[in-house]
Ligand binder design. Structure first.
Ligand code: PMP
Length: 407
């Protein structure tokens, strides 16, 4: 049978996930991979989780193995409100301000469904988190792509674009700005306090919503912790997305949307048609974990490990790339990623073949754009390789760059 005529316009718009394709080739012996943006499995609290899982199944099976509400487990929402109070000083939230999602990835898909039509506009960073692009692309919106600078999005460019839309009479079609406020994926960059405040001012002036996606904020190694955009705006027009993927385990598939009750109600409707509810089992396990342990104390060893790896990686990049002209990289204060920029004219996708020969993997930057890509960039993650591999990988990267430059 020829299936072509059966496919929807939407599914035909979806491109295969290049990261997944590239990482398939990254499993051969001896390969050092800076590719995967996944946590180190050795950081998962397996003993504590297995004890709690057992207790939850034995003692709470009537809830934990049953369907649950679309909004999410009340016990987990209660625990999460407590956590936001304690660590973010965000008070005055109640359960109706929160919805549990199947990872933040589902939250992004829900955001697309709730806000975007084909004639809508939204602003995203350039580069963008690939998964956000995939989720929003399904709605086929008009993107306004805003370059990232060392201190976050270029808000002058955003304002210029907003003014233009206003003059063209299209500003009511502008729905939101999507931002990863801390230790951006893929760029490792953090939005400064001044820019957070200015973004809120722009949102008030041009009447849009801010989607603050913050999976990495808790993984700060150094520098001063900043208030979330959500907190600065008292949650009025900011939707905060969080996840347990980087602080507990991605396999639980638990994310949280925090926002205005009216918005949450619409998101609940959108989620109902997707999966009825997130896993009741992993929600209850997560709730009991948070009740019994202090999540942030539990992740301190992980933060220490990632910081040491980041330091080693920065030192190695300096050693092997430091003397190369027009080569620069982001020195992140937390999270999992750095972003390397090579001289104009480099194409890191093309260079990938040489990298594979030299047994080193990175993610070519062109995968992280919804419009014209910057091909001389790459994402590198430092949390999985061993200390020795961080050094050896940097050396191989140098050799790769040199060989490509000779071509
Ligand atoms: N947003 C960003 C910026 C991410 O980096 C990720 C994970 N890589 C997600 C959302 C999705 O995370 P999850 O679905 O595991 O919660």
């Amino acid at each position: 049978m020829n299936f072509e005529s059966k496919f929807s316009v939407t599914v035909n718009r979806i491109k295969s996930n290049i990261i997944r394709e590239l990482l398939k080739t990254a499993t051969a012996e001896g390969i050092i991979s800076f590719g995967g943006g996944i946590p180190d499995p050795e950081t998962f609290p397996i003993k504590k989780l297995s004890e709690i899982s057992n207790e939850v199944i034995m003692n709470e099976y009537k809830i934990a193995l049953q369907y649950g509400s679309t909004e999410g487990d009340p016990e987990l929402r209660k625990q999460y409100i407590r956590l936001l109070e304690k660590y973010e000083d965000i008070t005055c939230l109640d359960e109706e301000n929160l919805m549990i999602t199947t990872g933040s990835q589902q939250a992004l898909f829900i955001i697309g469904t709730v806000f975007l039509d084909e004639d809508s506009y939204c602003a995203v960073s350039k580069p963008i988190y690939l998964g956000a692009g995939s989720a929003f692309n399904q709605r086929n919106p008009n993107y306004i792509s805003i370059p990232l600078e060392k201190d976050g999005m270029n808000l002058d460019i955003l304002e210029k674009e907003l003014k233009k839309l206003d003059e063209e009479g299209k500003i009511d079609k502008f729905k939101f700005v999507y931002t990863v406020s801390n230790f951006h994926n893929p760029a490792g960059i953090t939005l400064t306090l001044e820019k957070r405040k200015r973004l809120i001012e722009l949102a008030e002036k041009y009447d849009f919503i801010i989607i603050e996606d913050d999976p990495y904020g808790a993984l700060r190694f150094e520098g001063e912790k900043m208030p979330s955009i959500f907190k600065l705006n008292k949650g009025e027009r900011v939707i905060l997305l969080n996840t347990f993927s980087k602080v507990l385990s991605p396999g639980l598939r638990i994310g949280v949307i925090v926002g205005n009750k009216e918005l949450i109600k619409k998101m609940v409707l959108a989620k109902q048609g997707m999966d009825l509810c997130s896993s009741t089992l992993t929600q209850r396990i997560t709730a009991r974990f948070m009740e019994k342990y202090d999540l942030f104390e539990e992740i301190q060893p992980t933060i220490k490990l990632y910081k040491e790896k980041k330091d080693k990686f920065m030192e190695s990049l300096e050693k092997y790339l430091g003397d190369l002209e027009e080569v620069d990289w982001v020195r992140p204060e937390g999270g999992l990623f750095s972003w390397i920029t090579l001289p104009e004219g480099f194409d890191t996708m093309e260079m990938f073949e040489i990298a594979k020969e030299k047994k080193i993997i990175y993610i070519p930057g062109e995968t992280f754009y919804v419009d014209e890509p910057e091909r001389n960039t790459m994402r590198v993650s430092f949390c999985l390789p061993s200390f020795e591999d961080l050094e050896e990988g940097s050396k191989r990267l140098r050799a790769t760059i040199e060989e490509y430059a000779k071509k």
